[in-house]
Ligand binder design. Structure first.
Ligand code: SF4
Ligand code: SF4
Length: 235
């Protein structure tokens, strides 16, 4: 019902499913029926998504957002006709950009996996409301989005420091941490959404969770090496 409900995931899923263009229609800015002003959220998300599309080689013109009232039927049909024509001119998704189909699929998949991370890193900007269109033109820059992908952060538990206190295990929102009593904890990188909760949750006296950027994450230690032998029990 509200354009604010259109998630970044919905758009990227549409492209992953082979849609050549995505059009979002929202109520006029500052005319939202609710205090949430969800159409600003939609606008910010579209601006970010368009930069992400350019980053992976897709023409950002394939994504459009327009604001209008329900009484503007003629305007709506003109805008949609214009968008359809533009998308037809661009050609099928990927082919128009000369990107190999498999490469495009894997690029879209890579971005979709990072959606929770992107939303966390860009949450302040995604919730902003700017006053005029000019301010929005360069709201998200290409450099900023390139950096976002270049400096993706991963989290890793140092097996030599983990004390199996289970704080991170209990707080991880997606159950990406394997652990338990007297077990060195391990993050499953395929499930981790890079929210940073474990980094915050690990008591400073242990400091076992590391933030890693720009280099590979060490492989998880084998299961048979995860059992902890406490000093008191060693004696
Ligand atoms: S970064 Fe977030 S999702 Fe990943 S393991 Fe830590 S708490 Fe779980
Ligand atoms: S919070 Fe830190 S010490 Fe405790 S289980 Fe997690 S990584 Fe290990």
């Amino acid at each position: 019902m509200c354009s604010g409900r259109v998630d970044l995931e919905f758009i990227l899923r549409a492209f992953s499913n082979g849609m050549d263009g995505v059009f979002i229609g929202g109520c006029r800015l500052n005319e939202c029926n609710y205090i949430t002003q969800g159409n600003y959220d939609a606008l910010n998300m579209v601006l970010l998504c368009r930069k992400i599309m350019a980053h992976i080689g897709l023409n950002p013109e394939r994504l459009s957002i327009e604001f209008m009232s329900s009484g503007e039927g003629i305007h709506f049909s003109e805008v949609v006709d214009g968008f359809c024509k533009k998308v037809k001119d661009l050609g099928p998704l990927g082919k128009g950009e000369k990107i190999d189909e498999d490469e495009l699929k894997s690029k879209l998949e890579e971005v979709r996996n990072l959606i929770p991370y992107i939303k966390i890193v860009k949450r302040k900007k995604l919730a902003s409301r700017l006053e005029n269109k000019e301010e929005y033109d360069e709201f998200f820059t290409s450099d900023e989005v390139d950096r976002l992908f270049r400096e993706v952060v991963s989290y890793h538990i140092d097996p030599d420091k983990c004390q199996a206190c289970m704080m991170c295990f209990r707080k991880c929102p997606v159950k990406a941490i394997a652990g338990g009593k007297n077990l060195i904890h391990v993050i499953d990188q395929d499930i981790c959404i890079k929210c940073g909760t474990c980094f915050e949750a690990c008591p400073p006296r242990f400091g076992a969770v590391n933030k890693i950027s720009g280099k590979p994450v060490p492989p998880p230690i084998p299961e048979e090496e995860r059992i902890m032998v406490r000093k008191s029990k060693k004696m």
